[in-house]
Ligand binder design. Structure first.
Ligand code: SAH
Length: 215
């Protein structure tokens, strides 16, 4: 039996809460961001299922509960300038844009960046800048960032990203081998160094150096 859209959305929010996404600002941002607009063709019918789905360039849009937990762990305020590495469909960046002052998002595939830009424009999300580039090097010309979110797995937190985090800033990222279980970690940058916290096991596509084939 298929549910009407309002009911589908209510169940989606209920499910997010049951998975630990309890921050009201994060839930509201997710409620206002229709995931169906970030996937194409047949997959749109599965937009409200809590699973990753395929997007262009052999990449994936992350599982909504993981998007929610990562966003919550980032503790974003409306004064923050945020960098996301791994634009993908643009779904995560759209949610961040409703919580932050300014969002920069970078992907190594020009095609994904182009598709995401069109979605941001259609949704009138004017505080996001999407750029093609190798996010391993961050975005030095816009640094420092209050928050950095990486949505692809690195073996270790990339040095340039740590360097581009403001003192007092937070970075959330999956770390580990691409084919093994990875850990979501939260890094807080203090005056005297970094504080690392392991949050939960996750599975992400790998962070790959250099530009993608179409870029
Ligand atoms: N946040 C996305 C999902 C990301 S999937 C969403 O909401 O839909 C991971 C993305 O990271 C892929 O699009 C991949 O192309 C990108 N990526 C991998 N390595 C990268 C790198 N070095 N620099 C920038 N993007 C990278």
């Amino acid at each position: 039996m298929s549910l009407d859209p309002a009911e589908t959305k209510m169940q989606f929010l209920f499910h997010l809460r049951s998975r630990g996404v309890t921050d009201a600002r994060v839930l509201t941002a997710m409620e206002r961001t229709d995931r169906a607009g970030f996937v194409t063709g047949l997959f749109a019918a599965k937009a409200y299922d809590d699973m990753p789905l395929p997007i262009s360039c052999g990449q994936t849009i992350s599982q909504p509960s993981v998007v929610g937990l990562m966003t919550q762990a980032l503790e974003v305020s409306d004064r923050d300038k945020v960098l996301e590495v791994g634009t993908g469909s643009g779904y995560q960046a759209a949610i961040l844009s409703r919580l932050a002052r300014r969002v920069y998002t970078v992907d190594r595939y020009k095609r994904l960046v182009g598709e995401a830009r069109a979605r941001f424009e259609a949704l009138d999300l004017t505080n996001i800048t999407a750029l093609t580039g190798d996010g391993c090097f961050g975005l030095p010309e816009q640094a420092p960032f209050d928050r950095i979110l990486v949505t692809a797995a690195a073996e270790d937190p990339p040095g340039p990203l740590l360097a581009q985090l403001r003192i007092g800033g937070i970075m959330v990222l999956p770390v580990g081998q691409s084919d093994a279980v990875q850990s979501l970690i939260r890094v807080r940058k203090g005056e005297d160094g970094y504080d690392y916290e392991e949050l939960r096991p996750v599975r992400f596509v790998p962070l790959v150096e250099g530009l993608g084939q179409d870029g």
